[in-house]
Ligand binder design. Sequence first.
Ligand code: CA
Ligand code: CA
Length: 299
Amino acid sequence: MIIIESKYYVNSMDKANASVEKAKSGDTVVFVTKDCFGGQIQSEDQVMDSLDWSQINPATGPLYVEGACEGDVLKVEILNIEIADKGVMIDGGGEGVMGKLITDASTKILPIQDGKVIFNDKLAFPVNPMIGVIGTAPKGEGIPTGTPGDHGSNMDCTKIRKGATVYLPVNVDGALLAMGDLHALMGDGEVGVCGVETDGVVTVKITVLKNSKLPTPFIVDDKHAISVYSAETADEACEGATINMFNCLMNELHMTDHEAEMLLSVIGNVCICQIVDPERTARMEVPIGVFEAYGYKFA
Ligand code: CA
Ligand code: CA
């Protein structure tokens, strides 16, 4: 079993990053990850201004996948996500949707007990562990791990959890997969700029797909096929995710354009992933039963 410890991390997805480990298609790999603050926050006295922002969003890796070449698709099956027994949140400082309304900064440490996040003395919520940052190196310039894009990265998509399969583009030889920024729990939108940020351990199986035409990033779980898209505005992100799924229905199921559009209008759900990162991320979800009805199997 290949294990990549959290001391091996990057703060940008970049083809210039030296890989820290190699794997073959079909291998299982464990990524040990730090929280999005790089473990800097140990008490509620430490608010946003005191943080070293160069340490934000460490992504464990990158992993070089042998045989992964430009134009391939990297299939990443999320076999397991373990999280720590506490999470951290920050807010204020002009960040987030309420950035103009809340001027001072606050930090909260949330215990995680018996599978629940203890929010306050009245509220506790079941955890829903997810991966905030998962991506490959982009083709051009490196992109900070805080910024999502066609290469994945900081998508903050609540569907990237145990049991899901994430399809990412291979833009450079070896793909250079990295991940981090686990959340014990996060609402769609991530409106306050973070989820319940936590350290963790992610176990994935990686497979290189040749000749895949899936629009990436793409997610398949037991309920949905999901296209994910990031853009400058939430409107553009919603449109991009929708158009990618539209093309997918035509390419993979051979639907006509009218059939695909009407299907998306009837049964497709546009959802927001996050509206607080440098690029905004949305997804289009289609019930997996649509693909099954056509006898389609995802590679
Ligand atoms: Ca994030
Ligand atoms: Ca986060």
